[in-house]
Design a protein around this ligand. Structure first.
Ligand SMILES: Cc1cc2nc3c(=O)[nH]c(=O)nc-3n(C[C@H](O)[C@H](O)[C@H](O)COP(=O)(O)O)c2cc1C
Length: 468
């Protein structure tokens, strides 16, 4: 039994019982099968819209129509399988972004994840709100989050409901320059608190929680705990969900994950101009050596794709890989794909993550307890040291005072006696003086009369001598 469960993930009015979003994976890697399995277990399942029409027979005749039809049908299939939360992942850079978005709004997808570009212009916010959908941009920096939120606030007087922050260890196309993937300031551990900080102002203004969901390289329950402790409310994981029975790719695609070693995972330059992480194979080696493998372009599905100069069509290569034709394509993967050991059911994978999370949580409590005890011991030791010091000083002071008293007590006593004698004498003298004064006062009129008599006689004597 699990005592310490992962926290729920609440976004707007929706709550997933697990804080785990299954990352959208095109082309056709995460469709209704995987998304429904994850949603059914309490996470958020995500269907990738990118190239979704390639599962339809008429994609090369009408790519746009095939995409819309497949999107609608996969959303309905997922809904039929589960009442859990189902999201979609739409690339802003896709040429049919608006139509795909409209379809997902009509089908009332629970969450609209939007990446590969900034979802700012022409977003039908009112219709999304009326349909009850959550808007969740995918960013790779606090700056990008800030740009999106600032634009939305001004243009729509509204803001998105959550943000996925994707770091450089993710799979698929990456939102970083190839030579900056290992920079310390680009790591997910740095980006998550950055985005949390960037959203704080909007949480206050719009009086709502805007959860941050961390993505890229999150592999174990311990990783989940670490990112939650860094301020994320949830995580998005993709690589681990590839190696599940329910993942919509061919088994050979999943086995490529089990078989790959760290040195097989490479950063490639995709024909859309972005770096991407994938499992190296002969197809990619040939492309890197300049072998062109462009047979056709269905309808220029991606805005930035330069098919004239591209070595291959990325949609076709990914769709071939989805079907297990890895000699005619390649598998995108996250940096941790080499850690995948076997293909398991989604429920088993999630169960393992829950147990790992619990173990890590307990360990973090033990570490916290140890750190607290250590801190208390340090504090206690410091206090004891201060106490011993103070006691020593006090003892020295008392000793000193005692000795000083011993040495000076006789002379102090003499001084005291002398002072007391002086006071007594002063007292006595004072009394005598007072008495004299009193006598003086009593005899004053008599003395004055005497003096007057002497003066009179003296005066008379002078008069007689003048006359004689
Ligand atoms: C096979 C594969 C395909 C992917 N395709 C897309 C995609 O179409 N759109 C997108 O936004 N992200 C795509 N991603 C990225 C994931 O959604 C996710 O954010 C990222 O891989 C998380 O890192 P992790 O794989 O280490 O868990 C893909 C990842 C993989 C492994």
């Amino acid at each position: 039994m699990i005592l310490f469960r992962m926290p729920r993930l609440s976004i707007g009015r929706r709550t997933a019982s697990l804080p785990i979003v299954q990352g959208g994976m095109g082309v056709g890697i995460s469709l209704s099968g995987l998304a429904a399995a994850v949603a059914g277990q309490g996470g958020i399942g995500v269907i990738a819209a990118n190239g979704i029409g390639m599962i339809e027979p008429d994609y090369f005749a009408d790519g746009r129509a095939a995409n819309i039809r497949a999107m609608r049908s996969e959303l309905r299939k997922a809904r039929a399988k589960t009442s859990g939360l189902i999201g979609v992942n739409i690339m802003v850079a896709a040429n049919d972004f608006q139509q795909l978005l409209d379809t997902c709004i009509e089908e009332k997808a629970d969450a609209l994840f939007m990446g590969a570009g900034l979802p700012i212009k022409n977003i039908p916010v009112d219709r999304i709100r009326a349909a009850g959908g959550l808007v969740i941009p995918i960013v790779s920096s606090g700056r990008a989050a800030e740009l999106i939120f600032k634009y939305w606030e001004k243009a729509y007087h509204d803001v998105p409901d959550a943000v996925v922050v994707e770091g450089p260890l993710a799979g698929g196309h990456l939102g970083f320059k190839a030579d900056r993937l290992e920079d310390a300031d680009q790591q997910l551990e740095v980006l998550v608190p950055q985005v949390v900080a960037a959203l704080a102002r909007y949480e206050e203004t719009f009086r709502k929680k805007i959860p941050v969901i961390a993505a890229g390289g999150i592999y174990t329950g311990e990783d989940i705990l670490r990112f939650l402790q860094l301020g994320a409310q949830g995580v998005q994981m993709a690589t681990r969900f590839v190696a599940t029975d329910e993942c919509d790719a061919d088994r050979r695609f999943k086995e490529a994950y089990v078989a790959c070693r760290p040195e097989d995972i490479a950063i490639i330059k995709s024909p859309v101009g972005l770096p991407g992480r994938a499992i190296r194979n002969r197809f990619l080696d040939n492309a890197a050596a300049g072998v062109r493998n462009v047979k056709r372009c269905a309808w220029r599905c991606l805005e930035q794709c330069d098919i004239q100069h591209a070595d291959y069509c990325i949609s076709i290569a990914l769709d071939n890989a989805r079907q297990g034709l890895l000699d005619q394509g390649f598998a995108f993967c996250g940096a941790n794909a080499h850690r995948v050991e076997k293909i398991v059911p989604v429920a088993e994978l999630l169960d393992g993550l829950k147990h790992e999370y619990e173990a890590a949580f307990i360990q973090s409590l033990v570490t916290l307890k140890d750190e607290t005890i250590h801190a208390l011991e340090n504090r206690f030791a410091r206090l004891r040291h201060d106490y011993v010091l103070a006691r020593r000083q006090l003892t020295a002071l008392c000793d000193g005072a005692g000795k000083a008293w011993e040495v000076r007590k006789d002379s102090l006593r003499e001084d005291y006696e002398r002072a007391r004698a002086m006071v007594e004498q002063l007292g006595r003298e004072g009394e005598t003086a007072l008495k004299k004064l009193h006598d003086l006062k009593e005899r004053f009129p008599e003395k004055v009369a005497e003096l007057q008599e002497i003066a009179r006689r003296f005066q008379a004597g002078i008069s007689e001598s003048r006359a004689g």
